[in-house]
Design a protein around this ligand. Structure first.
Ligand SMILES: [Zn+2]
Ligand SMILES: [Zn+2]
Length: 150
């Protein structure tokens, strides 16, 4: 994502925060911007290292609190299998998340299949289970890496 796109996305996020009555603090904004500059998913410690370049006294809790907030607002998705984070660009709506994670280059692509989501909910409901949040992570090789591999 380039500067302009980052800026636009950050603007949208800030508007949403205003609307929700929550605060986008400078640290949260920095973490948001760092995530937007990163193509794939990134771990909390790598983010912390990058944040220190802008906020020298940043500590692990700084980054975890910022990530918790961004996650709770839907701006960021957590990838459990690799314990990393990725920015979401359609956070205005609550959506099911399916992640295609390339195990070679680490690129993460987000897809939304309503069909998959519905099936999932149906089966969960049949078990009497109420789903609050659903993320599907698929590990594999992305198109770009497959071209390079062949
Ligand atoms: Zn998303
Ligand atoms: Zn790849």
């Amino acid at each position: 994502m380039n500067e302009t796109q980052t800026h636009q996305l950050l603007n949208r996020a800030e508007k949403l925060c205003q609307h929700r009555g929550v605060r986008m603090t400078p640290a949260r904004k920095e973490v948001f911007a760092l995530l937007s500059k990163h193509d794939g998913a990134i771990g909390a410690y790598d983010l912390l290292e990058q944040l220190k370049a802008v906020v020298p006294n940043a500590k692990p809790p700084t980054i975890y609190r910022a990530l918790d907030f961004l996650q709770s607002q839907g701006f960021v998705h957590k990838i459990s299998s690799s314990n990393s984070y990725v920015l979401c660009s359609h956070f205005e709506q609550k959506h099911p998340v399916q992640m295609l994670i390339c195990r070679q280059c680490g690129n993460v692509q987000e897809i939304h299949s309503d069909g998959v989501h519905e099936q999932f909910l149906n089966q969960a409901n049949a078990q009497g289970f109420e789903v609050e949040q659903q993320t599907v992570e698929a590990l594999g090789i992305c198109a770009q890496c497959r071209t390079q591999n062949s």
